[in-house]
Design a protein around this ligand. Structure first.
Ligand code: PHE
Ligand code: ZN
Length: 865
C-alpha cells in the first residue's frame, strides 16, 4: 500500500517556537556504523511562543539511547516518540529554563540520502540544510531557533572540523566553538584523512584569518583557483557591501558525494568537489567560472544567510535571491559585465521561465510545500535574484547600499522575513513597496508588449503587461516593471540616452518629441524610430517588442546596450529557426550581420561567441509551444543542425580566420580574456566541423593542452563519428572522477538522438557508473534529459521509460536528487498526444511505487496535475 500523501505545510500556519535555545554542546564519537551523538541543550521558554509549551524536538532515523532533563533521566512514559520526533509535554518540564541531554546512535555509512551525517570516500561529512540536522540528534530543527554551538569530535581520523573557531584538540579528539548564534541547518562536521591548501587573509579591520581548502591527498594541487576566488570574494564583500569576515578560520571541504553545488555552513563550507578542484588539464573554463561564482556565493552567505537568516523555509529567497544577486554582481565586476548578464539571462530563461511556464510554477516566496527540498528552485534562486536587481534599479545604487547597510544593522543575528527586508527598503528610501511585493507572491512570467507609432513628429509608445494564470493563481494583479530603454534612429544614431520607465499598471503610454531628440542628437528628424526596450534585461518578463526584422538588424548592429544587441540577434535566430521548422530558408541578411559583428575586433570575444550561439532545442520547443504549435523534438534537432550548416557555409572564411586568430597560446590562464578567446575559437571549430568534416577537430584534440580545448575536440569528434574517440579519452582519464563525469555526459549529450537512449543505457552498465554518486548519476541520466532532448523525447518513449526506471531506483536511496531530476518531465504538456500519454504513463508508474519518498511523490503529483 502507498502511504497517504503527507499534508502540506503552510506559511499562514507559522507559529514562533515554544522554546528557544541558549547554548548547544554536542559530542560525536564517530564510527561508520553506530556513531554516538551526545547533546546538551540549554532551553528557555519563548515569551513569544504561542504554542502549548510542550518541548517539541525533531528527530528522524535516530536510535535514542538515553535522555534527561536537568540531570534526571526520562523514561519512555515521560515523552512521546514518533518517526518524526519527540515531544515532552509541558507538565513534565522542570520550568521555563532547563537542560536537555540525550545520547543517540546513527549509522553514517548507511546514509545514502546524503542528508545529515554521512560517509563519502572514507570521510565523514554533514549536510543539514534544510532539515538534515534532525537526522543527527533531537533538536528544534527550524531556522528561527538560533544558538551558539560547542562541538567535540572523537575519532582516529587525523582531521576533525566543525563550525566556528578551533577551541582545543588532542590525539583522537578536537573541540570547536562557534560564538555566532546559528540555526541547526548551518551546523557542519567533517572528519577524514584530508590535506589542506592553506592561505591567510587580513580583513579590513586587520583581523588575521586562516583559510584552508581541505581535500583528499593528491588533490591539493587543484585548489589554487578556489583559494584565489575566496580571497577575492572576501575583499569584494568588504569593498562593495562593507561586510567583514567574523571568525579566525574559514574552512572549505571538497566531497565527492554531494546532492547540490555547495553549502554555506558557518565557517565550514562544504562543496561538491566539482566546484573546488581545478587544473588546466582537467577543468574547463566553464568549470573555473562556476568555481569562482560558487565560492563567492557560499562566502557571501556568511552575511546574507548566516548572520541574518530566514525565519522559516518559505523565506528561502531572502537568503538565496540576495546571495545569487551578490554573486552575480561579483562575477560582473570580475569578468565582463555584459557577458555575465547575458549568461545569467540565458540561465534564467532556460530554467526559471521553463519552470514558470509549467505545472511546477510557484511564487518566489511559496505559500505551501510538502517537502522543502523541492523548493530549491530556479524561481527561488534566480528569479529571487532578479527581484533584488529590479529593486536596486528602482531605488538607485546609492539608496540600495544605504538600505543594505540598514538591513545588516537592524537584523544582524535575527531570522527574518521578506516583510522585514522590504520594510528596510521602505524606511530607508521612503517608498511604498506594497505593489512591488507582488513579485514575491505571484507566480508566472509577466508578458510585456510594446506598440508604437510615429506621427507628426512625435513617437507614441504604449507598453502593456499581462500576467498569465499559473497553478492555483488564475487572476493576478499588475506588477512593478522597470523598463530600461533607449531610442535609435534607423541609421543607428542614439536619439534618447538610456532611461528607465516604470510600468506598474496594466498599461503605460509614453510620448516623445522627435524634433527635440533629433536636435540633441544633431541629426535630421527621422521618420522612423526603433525603441530598444528592456535594456540589460531590466525585469524578468517576456517582451514582445513588436520590432520588424529590419529594426532588429539595426539593434544588432548599433544598440549601445550590449545586452539588447545580443537580444536582437537572438530573436532573429529564433525567428529564423522557427521559419525553417515550417519549411522556410534563412535570411542571408542575418548571416551578413553576424559576419560583420564577428569582424568587430574591439568587441569582447566572449560576447561574439554568445552572439554566434543558437537558441537551445529546449528554447525552440518552448518557442514553438508559445507560437501555438506542437513542438517536434526530432524536427527541432534537425532544424538546428541545418541552421548550423547554413551558418557555417555563410560564415566559413570568417570562422576559419577566427579559429586561427583566437588561439591564446599554450600558457593557460582561466582569466576572462583567454577564456573568451577559447570560447569563440571553439564555437568556430564546432560550426566548421559541420561542413568540413573531422580533420580540424582531430588536430585540435591532438594539440589540446587544456580541458576546454580537449573537450571541444572530443565532443566535436563524437558528433562527426570518430569511432575510437571515446575509448581514447577513457584510457587517458579513467582515474579522474571529475573528468570521467564529462566523459559519461558527453557521450550521451552528443549522441545522435536515435541512439541516445541505447548509449545512455549501455553507460549505466559501465564499471565506472556509480549511480549512488549524484554527479555520476546526473552525467548519464541528466546527459540524456537535458543534454539530448531529441533523444530523451524519442517517439518510442524509451527515454521516458529509462528516466522513470532510474528515478524509481534512485528514490529508494537518494530522494532529493531523484526528485530534482524528475523536473525533466515538467514540460510534458507542450508535446503531442502520443508523447503526453507516454510521459504520463511513466509518471503514473512512478507514483504507483510502494514507499515512494515525500520528495518524489510531491514532484510527480505536481507535474501530473
Ligand atoms: N544553501 C545552498 C546554497 O545555496 C544550497 C543547498 C541547499 C545545498 C540544500 C545543500 C542542500 O549554496
Ligand atoms: Zn545559496
Amino acid at each position: 500500500m502507498k502511504d497517504a500523501s503527507p499534508q502540506p505545510i503552510r506559511l499562514a500556519d507559522y507559529h514562533p517556537p515554544s522554546h528557544l535555545v541558549e547554548a548547544v554542546e554536542l559530542t560525536f564519537r564517530l564510527a561508520p556504523r553506530g556513531t554516538r551523538v551526545r547533546s546538551k541543550i540549554r532551553f528557555r521558554a519563548n515569551p513569544a511562543g504561542l504554542e502549548n509549551g510542550n518541548l517539541r524536538l525533531d528527530g528522524e532515523n535516530l536510535r535514542l539511547v538515553s535522555c534527561a532533563l536537568d540531570g534526571t533521566p526520562l523514561t519512555a512514559l515521560d515523552y512521546l516518540l514518533t518517526p518524526e520526533g519527540l515531544t515532552v509535554p509541558a507538565e513534565r518540564l522542570p520550568g521555563p529554563s532547563f537542560t536537555w541531554e540525550a545520547e543517540v546512535e546513527i549509522d553514517p555509512a548507511d546514509n545514502t540520502a546524503l542528508e545529515g551525517l554521512y560517509t563519502s570516500g572514507g570521510m565523514f561529512c554533514t549536510q543539514c540544510e534544510a532539515e538534515g540536522f534532525r537526522k543527527i540528534t533531537f533538536y528544534p530543527d527550524r531556522p528561527d531557533v538560533m544558538a551558539p554551538f560547542t562541538v567535540r569530535i572523537e575519532s582516529d581520523l587525523p582531521i576533525l572540523l566543525s563550525n566556528g573557531n578551533p577551541a582545543a584538540s588532542g590525539p583522537g579528539w578536537a573541540e570547536w566553538h562557534d560564538p555566532w548564534p546559528k540555526p541547526a541547518y548551518l551546523f557542519a562536521l567533517v572528519a577524514g584523512d584530508l590535506v589542506a591548501h592553506s592561505d591567510r587573509f587580513t580583513t579590513m579591520s586587520g583581523r588575521d584569518v586562516a583559510l584552508n581548502i581541505w581535500v583528499r591527498p593528491g588533490d591539493e594541487d587543484k585548489c589554487a583557483y578556489a583559494m584565489d576566488a575566496l580571497k577575492r570574494s572576501m575583499r569584494w564583500d568588504e569593498e562593495v557591501y562593507g561586510r567583514e569576515y567574523d571568525l579566525d578560520v574559514f574552512n572549505i571541504v571538497a566531497v565527492d558525494d554531494f546532492n547540490m553545488g555547495a553549502m554555506e555552513n558557518k565557517g565550514l563550507n562544504i562543496f561538491n568537489s566539482k566546484y573546488v578542484l581545478a587544473s588546466p588539464e582537467t577543468a574547463t573554463d566553464r568549470d573555473y567560472d562556476f568555481i569562482e561564482s560558487i565560492v563567492a556565493h557560499e562566502y557571501f552567505h556568511n552575511w546574507t544567510g548566516n548572520r541574518i537568516t530566514c525565519r522559516d523555509w518559505f523565506q528561502l529567497c531572502l537568503k538565496e535571491g540576495l546571495t545569487v544577486f551578490r554573486d552575480q554582481q561579483f562575477s560582473a565586476d570580475t569578468r565582463s559585465a555584459p557577458v555575465q548578464r547575458i549568461e545569467d539571462v540565458l540561465q534564467l530563461r532556460a530554467r526559471q521561465f521553463r519552470e514558470d511556464a509549467g505545472p511546477l510554477a510557484h511564487n518566489v516566496r511559496p505559500d505551501s510545500y510538502v517537502e522543502i527540498n523541492n523548493f530549491y528552485t530556479a524561481t527561488v534562486y534566480e528569479k529571487g535574484a532578479e527581484l533584488i536587481g529590479m529593486l536596486r534599479r528602482i531605488v538607485g545604487a546609492q539608496e540600495y547600499r544605504a538600505a543594505l547597510d540598514e538591513y545588516f544593522r537592524r537584523h544582524d543575528g535575527q531570522a527574518c522575513t521578506i516583510e522585514d527586508w522590504l520594510a528596510v527598503f521602505e524606511d530607508v528610501t521612503g517608498r511604498d513597496l506594497s505593489q512591488f511585493k507582488r513579485w514575491y507572491t505571484q507566480a508566472g512570467t509577466p508578458r510585456v508588449s510594446a506598440e508604437w507609432q510615429v506621427a507628426e513628429g512625435r513617437l507614441h509608445l504604449r507598453l502593456a503587461q499581462e500576467l498569465p494564470p499559473t497553478p492555483g493563481q488564475p487572476l493576478k494583479e499588475p506588477v512593478v516593471i522597470p523598463v530600461a530603454m533607449g531610442l535609435l534612429s534607423p541609421e543607428g544614431a542614439e536619439l534618447l540616452p538610456e532611461t528607465t520607465v516604470i510600468l506598474d499598471g496594466p498599461e503605460l503610454t509614453l510620448d516623445f518629441d522627435l524634433d527635440e531628440m533629433a536636435r540633441r542628437a544633431c541629426i535630421a528628424r527621422p521618420d522612423h524610430v526603433i525603441p530598444s526596450l528592456l535594456r540589460g534585461f531590466s525585469a524578468p518578463v517576456i517582451l514582445d517588442a513588436g520590432l520588424s526584422r529590419a529594426d532588429r538588424l539595426v539593434l544588432l548592429a548599433h544598440d549601445p546596450d550590449p545586452f539588447n544587441r545580443w537580444e536582437a540577434g537572438r530573436s532573429l535566430m529564433r525567428e529564423t529557426l522557427m521559419e525553417m521548422l515550417t519549411g522556410g530558408a534563412p535570411d542571408p541578411a542575418l548571416f551578413d550581420a553576424l559576419d560583420r559583428l564577428l569582424a568587430e575586433d574591439r568587441l569582447d570575444a566572449a560576447f561574439r561567441a554568445l552572439c554566434l550561439a543558437l537558441p537551445s532545442e529546449d528554447d525552440m520547443a518552448q518557442a514553438a509551444h508559445d507560437a501555438g504549435l506542437v513542438p517536434d523534438p526530432t524536427a527541432i534537432h534537425a532544424t538546428r543542425r541545418a541552421m548550423q550548416v547554413a551558418m557555417a557555409r555563410a560564415l566559413q572564411p570568417r570562422l576559419a580566420a577566427l579559429y586561427d586568430a583566437m588561439d591564446p597560446g599554450p600558457a593557460y590562464s582561466p582569466d576572462a580574456d583567454q577564456a573568451a578567446k577559447r570560447a569563440l575559437r571553439n564555437s568556430a571549430l564546432t560550426l566548421l566541423a559541420r561542413i568540413e568534416g573531422p580533420a580540424r577537430a582531430k588536430a585540435h584534440y591532438a594539440a589540446a593542452t587544456n580541458m576546454t580545448d580537449e573537450i571541444a575536440g572530443f565532443t566535436t569528434l563524437l558528433e562527426t563519428g570518430d569511432p575510437d574517440i571515446a575509448r581514447r579519452f577513457h584510457d587517458r582519464w579513467k582515474d579522474d572522477r571529475l573528468v570521467m563525469d564529462k566523459w559519461f555526459m558527453a557521450q550521451v549529450a552528443h549522441a545522435a538522438p536515435e541512439q541516445a537512449v541505447a548509449i545512455a543505457r549501455a553507460l549505466t552498465d559501465h564499471p565506472l557508473f556509480d549511480w549512488t554518486n549524484p554527479n555520476r548519476f546526473r552525467s548519464v541520466i541528466g546527459g540524456l534529459t537535458s543534454g539530448n532532448p531529441a533523444g530523451f523525447h524519442d517517439p518510442s518513449g524509451a527515454g521516458y521509460r529509462f528516466l522513470a526506471d532510474w528515478l524509481i531506483r534512485l528514490d529508494a536511496k537518494n530522494p532529493q536528487t531523484a526528485a530534482r531530476m524528475s523536473t525533466a518531465f515538467e514540460t510534458w504538456r507542450r508535446y503531442d498526444a502520443d508523447r503526453q500519454a507516454l510521459i504520463t504513463g511513466a509518471l503514473d508508474r512512478i507514483a504507483a511505487q510502494d514507499g515512494l519518498s515525500r520528495d518524489l511523490s510531491e514532484m510527480v503529483e505536481r507535474i501530473r496535475a
